[in-house]
Design a protein around this ligand. Structure first.
Ligand code: ARG
Ligand code: ASP
Length: 719
């Protein structure tokens, strides 16, 4: 019976000529054409123009890229931003010291003057987007060689972007879609004075820590609050005491009504990257080679760093942000592998490839154009595999050694000296390096790094093909009894990059003659030998092969689109503004188990355990729980914390506004579930869920826990 229904339903979907929600990250400009009817049928009550318009204020004016890789949204007419705690994490840490430890204790500005300045943090708004495929592809022909094609496109892009922003302070960026079959331009406005307004303590904002990360049921209060400042004309300006809170065209009203299962939800933000159209060969390279090796390397880093963090609170503070980053991808890759296996992804892709192959046989035109693609993929992936693996080891193992990566920053100084730049430029570089030195050592523990050095270098040595080995391996064999640890001792005792005082003095006294000291520094030398291997042995060969793969991808997706005319293909995520829509939903992680679609404060109290760092519940929160002091933030006496929905999201969507059918903010997106982490490569509607912080929990924390209820006065609350 069930099967019968499925057949009927798929038939209906095909007939309607639309993809059925859930899966897909859609282009705001094209909602009218492809999605809006479907969205409205699912419960969206507004129009496509309410989401994206250049003629009227629309939701896009309230959504921004936050920093380098997250999303944020405006929630007041005074430039107030909400994003995730893990998106603000680096900045919260930046302001934290052991004495005033905002990461641990939280931070709340009680008025504008107390807000903290974040040098280097910016937010980016989309002013408008435009399909520029025709202009970008002008002069490009099918039989053009790849390098010529790239050159032509790059030249066109430069011209188009320049013209689009002439006489404005906007920045234009043009990105390929569908592997370069189409191009879109994004004209952006960047604000550079963004201040920290508030953050809960990590015991709330990161509750569950890396243990619960990528998992459901979840109880993380993953939000932080910032504010944009502008000059007196409301235009972007670097920090100045004279700047005033930014007055946006649009901010999100906040719904206090909560969500029910099957309610419409929409996520509007910046998904970073997905690979939905990979072939079986690519998935096999990822799941059988890349992921296992990368997981193993990070496992080693995690073992060393977490032991040191547990042994000393100052190391915990220093490595908190770095550790979170290392652990995040490490866990994601494991979930991804598991999910792809469970989905039988390789087999499914093979079937599609077979179907495609058979389809090409149907007429000579298709055979000529597409007939050889699949077999070419096979041989190209086989050839690229060793380079890919070596590259992974360079970035994950070699550059996982902090002192190496850090010494690399001084390449700037070497190059500037070689180019004989003027004194002013040299001074600028020196000043900049001094700031980097301060930042680096603030979060650096040399013994930890030295332990990692021996382990990571050895891993590289043992797992990477000899073609990609560095000279130093011979030295280690011949002069250091094959001991990576002994070699490390030498490096760390001799290198100036392990010594802050020495390094600052070196920069202060720097003259062009001193460049030799950098060049001969053992850490810098080692760094350089990896760079050399990378440039000489990997990039050239690899980019030749990946260029060929790119070309195949471009053709393959066109073929797929020709073959499956009833399907609407959404483009892979590429860190441009997208709409994902779906519904609030629970799921069955495994046979016999169903996870409810929301969690409550009850679960936080259940997890409370003073012996486990990730599960220490703040006393104040327990008190509020005991007294059921939930104010107007509870629903039937329960305080909801997070909920799951079927929106197709990925890294970069963190901090994105989650919006209900009326266009009101119901939550902040922050994660996905473990069973669904493969959605970057293959989405499964029964398993893939995005995890959203219920906005009422954030308001409760701001008001009841932090006593910063004054912030709620600026928001538009819909009760
Ligand atoms: N998994 C989420 C995302 O990919 C949250 C990561 C931050 N939290 C953490 N415990 N590391 O970014
Ligand atoms: N946590 C991710 C982020 O930081 C979101 C995701 O991968 O689902 O963007």
């Amino acid at each position: 019976m069930k099967k019968f229904f499925i057949i009927i339903i798929s038939f209906l979907i095909v007939c309607a000529g639309t993809i059925k929600a859930d899966e897909g990250m859609w282009i705001p400009l094209l909602l009218k054409k492809y999605n809006i009817k479907d969205m409205q049928a699912m419960g969206f009550k507004l129009t496509a123009d309410d989401i994206y318009s250049i003629n009227q204020a629309s939701m896009k004016d309230a959504v921004m890229i936050f920093g380098g890789g997250c999303t944020g949204e405006l929630v007041s007419d005074k430039g107030l931003i909400l994003t995730n705690h893990h998106c603000g994490f680096g900045w919260i840490q930046y302001h934290s010291t052991l004495e005033s430890d905002y990461l641990t204790n939280g931070f709340w500005a009680m008025n504008n003057k107390e807000e903290l300045v974040n040098p280097g943090l910016s937010v980016t708004f989309l002013v408008r987007m435009e399909d520029v495929s025709t202009q970008v592809l002008k002069g490009v022909t099918d039989d053009m060689i790849e390098i010529k094609r790239e050159k032509t496109i790059a030249g066109n892009i430069k011209k188009i972007a320049k013209k689009a922003t002439e006489g404005t302070h906007y920045k234009a960026i043009i990105k390929p879609f569908y592997f370069g079959n189409e191009y879109y331009m994004f004209v952006n406005e960047v604000y550079t004075d963004v201040r920290l307004v508030g953050a809960p303590p990590s015991a709330i904002g990161k509750f569950g820590g890396d243990t619960d990360n990528w998992m459901w049921p979840r109880h993380t209060g993953d939000f932080s609050v910032f504010r944009i400042y502008a000059d007196k004309n409301n235009k972007p300006a670097d920090y100045s005491v004279d700047n005033v809170p930014f007055k946006p065209k649009k901010h999100f009203p906040i719904s206090m009504k909560g969500v029910k299962k099957n309610d419409f939800t929409m996520v509007f933000g910046y998904p970073g990257s997905t690979q939905q159209y990979l072939t079986s060969h690519a998935i096999s390279l990822i799941t059988k080679t890349m992921n296992p090796h990368k997981i193993n390397i990070r496992q080693k880093r995690i073992d060393v760093i977490s032991a040191d963090m547990d042994s000393d609170p100052s190391i915990r503070l220093k490595y908190a942000s770095k550790y979170a980053g290392i652990s995040n991808a490490w866990k994601k890759w494991q979930g991804e592998n598991r999910g792809l296996r469970r989905l039988n992804a390789i087999k499914k892709k093979k079937e599609l490839e077979k179907q495609f192959q058979n389809w090409t046989l149907k007429d000579p035109y298709k055979a000529k154009k597409y007939g050889k693609i699949i077999s070419k993929y096979k041989s190209l992936y086989k050839r690229i595999s060793p380079y890919q693996l070596a590259e992974n080891y360079i970035f994950e193992a070699a550059f996982g050694i902090e002192i190496l990566r850090f010494s690399g920053k001084f390449r700037k100084l070497v190059l500037a000296t070689d180019r004989e730049v003027g004194d002013d430029d040299l001074t600028k570089i020196k000043e900049q390096l001094k700031i980097e030195v301060e930042r680096f050592f603030k979060d650096y523990n040399q013994p930890t790094d030295q332990r990692l050095f021996a382990i990571l270098l050895k891993l590289y040595y043992e797992n990477v093909d000899k073609d990609f080995h560095i000279e130093a391996f011979r030295t280690i064999r011949t002069e250091y009894d094959k001991s990576f640890g002994k070699y490390g001792k030498f490096i760390y005792s001799k290198s100036m990059f392990a010594n802050k005082k020495k390094l600052l003095k070196f920069i202060d006294n720097y003259t062009v003659e001193a460049v030799e000291e950098i060049r001969t520094d053992p850490a810098y030398n080692l760094y350089n030998s990896f760079v050399k291997i990378y440039l000489e042995e990997i990039t050239e060969a690899k980019s030749m092969l990946s260029g060929k793969i790119d070309r195949l991808n471009r053709t393959y997706i066109n073929g797929l689109r020709e073959m499956q005319t009833d399907k609407i293909f959404y483009p892979d995520a590429n860190f441009t503004l997208r709409v994902a829509y779906g519904k609030v939903d629970d799921y069955e992680p495994r046979d016999g188990v169903r996870y409810r679609h929301y969690t409550t404060l009850e679960g936080i109290i259940e997890k409370d355990n003073p012996d486990i760092y990730d599960y220490r519940v703040p006393e104040k929160l327990k008190e509020l729980y005991e007294n059921k002091d939930y104010g107007e933030y509870a629903e039937n006496g329960e305080l909801h914390v997070a909920f799951t929905a079927t929106n197709h999201t990925t890294g970069g969507n963190s901090g994105s506004p989650v919006i209900n059918g009326s266009g009101h903010l119901i939550g902040i997106n922050f994660d996905r579930n473990w069973e669904g982490t493969m959605s970057d490569i293959m989405y499964d509607p029964t398993q893939c869920r995005n995890i959203t912080l219920d906005i009422r929990y954030a308001l409760f924390i701001i008001d009841k826990f932090a006593g910063a209820g004054y912030l709620l006065d600026e928001m538009t609350l819909i009760k």
